[in-house]
Design a protein around this ligand. Structure first.
Ligand code: LUZ
Ligand code: MOS
Length: 748
């Protein structure tokens, strides 16, 4: 129970945006969704809804004072549909009423006529019709075309992975409060306060300094609030601005699942060539990303897919092409891994098929081709460490992969009705926003006169424990106890121009900024003590809440130091920015050094399939993960276990099902199956020893997204068990591998 808010969370006392006590005269807003996936609005009459009891106003696109445009990377998304409707669930109007119930009840009174147009839901079909976002991109290394003829085996195939709903505990929420100067304060459950600020200002025609955005904490996000908290904040702000009253907007779970974006489904074609010994010589892949109806973050996600084409492997000849396809589904968005998992799934599919063709275990090919220090990745960067091999060997040392394989084979010989399967899953994930300029953060540190400390950064606490890590950085840098440090809310007036808390970079970027701010304060204090006592400043330090000279206390405690310094009029606050050094990427060549470092680890997954009922179960997952010098081991372990389970869910049970008209059918927790405690395998997590990471903060490596991808091993472990029943079973690479699919594979 090491999370900063653990006690608040278990008592239900933590305040999320929807728990903030609302001001007097607060109104409630309910969006009106499009019932169809594609069409043209021919009539939208709001008068009957506006006349409903309790309704104060109904807004449509015409009521937007600024731009009706919420697109972030590409400006292709309206806040309220003006003419065209591009997905079922798209907001057409906003009803504002004295109560949530009244706003919702009035929805059925909206009179709507939409001329239906044929929708497209399949990315390959969209591609064939030329419906793409941006341009296709290709990363290449070596010369695949020449290499095929040198390969002993060449296999090719298709791999599909489905979308994934975030199921953050807190649904999308915003509270907008008008200010007396015509501006607004917006509480938003967002990972990206500055994006909300910029887009609210754009929609209302205001300057950014007229919009203050505050985030207390989030009840989970997983990427689902990186870009998609914005629309709801902008709708609440629109109503608050027009009516001069506070407006709250909260989606129900079902609304949230129906209307908001999810992980991108991908459909991919691959071709892979190897030597007789299992050395991969060439790999070619085309990724068709299902982007949904507008760009959202799809171009950045597509790019991260390309960066992770070869995952943890060195392949000398690679050509990877990716295209973002526009379909009539709610725009798909960021989700932990951000396009990386989709690429890694295809790579593992290709290796699994190669192993079958060569008649060797997949693990042999995986080990043979692991990245080594200095190996070149298809985007020109070289791996800086030997972590992939060190993690593999550590996993082998701890868990003996050959013995695991033998144990599984023995079990399968002895059991006719149940079979086990095994899969190793290495992960090598690039750390930094691939959009280089986003790799910046800032921190504002106040030391109060009693010696307590308040820290504001750009980081949003969403359960991942970033606040605890930043507190540790501040405490270590100032030389004081952790209890002295408090993290403040994330607010655009205290720290401006914030990047989203995303890309596993929150602790690194904001930790570095906090360290630099704390160092400024320490330096001022040291100089003042040196001048007063006549010591050299370099001899002075602050350790364990006391001033030391050459490591020995001089009889001045932290509290005494601070009140003394305040009386001497020494500023006790500091602000610092941080920008990741040394990263760059040239899109015209698709080469560069986009990442500060790579997060690396490996897992071995064991599964059992019940052959009569077709039910798969993940028995155990053993992980060796390189966290560098962990800033907070309990937090890191929690992230690794949680990420793993989210990945297992994506690969095995979380299935999005749509009607032929493009309406999501799996729109509640009753029909969308996430893994529960009963599905949790035995998980062993070991940290790689002696692996400090200089580019991370205080030697630590980030841990946010990478462990999700261990879950991919679950797919291949189940597939391995299925092949133990039926060795002739055709290899299917279509995630999730649900119980229905395993049943049908065994009982065709
Ligand atoms: N967001 C983003 C991300 O804008 N750029 C990224 O590279 C990224 N990576 C992971 C998660 N979110
Ligand atoms: Mo994210 S997928 O918001 O790092």
């Amino acid at each position: 129970m090491k999370h900063d808010d653990a006690l608040l969370h278990v008592r239900g006392a933590a305040r999320f945006v929807r728990d903030i006590p609302v001001p007097q005269r607060t109104l409630y807003a309910a969006p009106v969704p499009s019932p169809v996936a594609h069409g043209k609005i021919s009539r939208l009459d709001t008068s009957a809804a506006a006349a409903h009891e309790g309704v104060v106003a109904v807004f449509t696109a015409r009521d937007i004072p600024g731009q009706n445009q919420i697109g972030n990377i590409i400006q292709d998304e309206t806040l309220l549909a003006a003419e065209d409707v591009d997905y079922a669930g798209q907001p057409l109007a906003l009803i504002v009423a004295e109560s949530r119930e009244a706003a919702r009840a009035a929805r059925s009174l909206i009179e709507l006529e939409i001329e239906s147009l044929p929708p497209v839901f399949d990315p390959r079909q969209a591609w064939a019709q030329g419906e793409i976002i941006g341009v296709p991109r290709t990363f290449a290394l070596g010369d695949v075309d020449r290499e095929w003829s040198r390969c002993h085996v060449v296999v090719s195939g298709r791999a599909d992975s489905g979308g994934q709903e975030h199921i953050y505990l807190e649904t999308q929420t915003a509270l907008a409060i008008p200010r007396d100067d015509g501006g607004l304060k917006v509480y938003s459950a967002t990972q990206a306060p500055t994006v909300v600020q910029r887009i609210v200002a754009r929609v209302l025609g205001l300057a950014m300094h007229q919009v203050e955005v505050e985030v207390p904490r989030l009840g989970g996000a997983f990427g689902g609030k990186e870009d998609q908290a914005t629309a709801w904040a902008a709708l609440a702000a629109l109503a608050a601005f027009r009516l001069g009253r506070p407006v709250k907007l909260t989606l129900s779970r079902q609304e949230d699942v129906r209307w908001t974006g999810k992980r991108h489904p991908y459909s991919s074609d691959y071709k892979i060539g190897l030597t007789e010994q299992g050395k991969i010589l060439a790999y070619e892949v085309t990724f068709y990303q299902n982007a949904g109806a507008s760009a959202d973050l799809s171009p950045a996600i597509l790019e991260r897919t390309l960066f992770h084409t070869t995952n943890s492997y060195f392949i000398p000849h690679v050509r990877a092409t990716a295209v973002s396809c526009r379909t009539h589904l709610p725009p798909f968005t960021a989700f932990r891994g951000f396009g990386g998992p989709q690429a890694m799934f295809v790579m593992e599919a290709a290796i699994t098929q190669s192993a079958a063709a060569l008649g060797v275990p997949a693990a042999k090919i995986q080990r043979e081709n692991l990245l080594r220090q200095g190996d070149e990745l298809p985007y020109g960067m070289r791996l800086q460490s030997d972590s992939p091999i060190r993690c593999w060997d550590e996993l082998d040392r701890r868990h003996d992969l050959a013995a695991c394989r033998a144990r599984v084979a023995a079990f399968n010989r002895d059991h006719a009705l149940t079979k086990k399967g095994l899969a190793v899953m290495p992960v090598c994930f690039g750390i930094s926003f691939t959009t280089t300029y986003l790799n910046q953060a800032a921190s504002l540190v106040h030391v109060y006169t009693d010696g307590s400390v308040g820290v504001s950064t750009a980081a949003v606490e969403m359960g991942q424990g970033v606040h605890r890590k930043i507190r540790r950085v501040a405490a270590r840098t100032l030389g004081v106890d952790l209890d002295r440090i408090r993290m403040e809310s994330t607010n655009t007036t205290r720290v401006a121009n914030t990047s989203p808390t995303a890309a596993s970079s929150g602790a690194d970027l904001n930790g570095h900024a906090t360290r630099l701010a704390c160092l400024q304060i320490v330096e001022r204090l040291k100089q003042a003590v040196a001048a007063d006592r006549g010591f050299p400043a370099d001899d002075i330090g602050i350790e364990n809440e006391a001033v030391v000279r050459a490591g020995r206390p001089i009889g001045l405690s932290w509290e005494q130091l601070i009140s003394w310094a305040y009386a001497r009029r020494i500023p006790l606050s500091a602000y610092a920015g941080y920008a990741t050094p040394g990263i760059h990427f040239d899109k015209s060549k698709e080469k560069g050094h986009p990442f500060a470092y790579h997060a690396v680890g490996i897992a071995v997954v064991e599964a059992t399939v019940d052959g009569l009922r077709g039910i798969p179960r993940i028995d155990s997952v053993r992980i060796v993960h390189d966290v560098g010098q962990s800033l907070d081991p309990a937090t890191d372990r929690g992230q690794i276990e949680g990420g793993l389970m989210q990945g297992i869910g994506w690969m095995t049970c979380e299935e999005l099902v749509y009607s032929p008209e493009g309406k999501i059918l799996t729109d509640s927790m009753a029909t969308y199956k996430v893994p529960d405690i009963g599905a949790t395998p035995e998980v062993t997590v070991s940290f790689l020893d002696d692996a400090p990471q200089p580019a991370g903060i205080l030697g630590a490596k980030t841990v946010g997204e990478p462990p999700l991808m261990y879950g991919i091993g679950a797919y291949f472990a189940i597939l391995d068990a299925l092949r133990a029943f039926r060795p002739e079973l055709p290899l299917i690479f279509s995630a999730p591998l649900t119980a229905e699919k395993t049943f049908r594979a065994l009982w065709p």
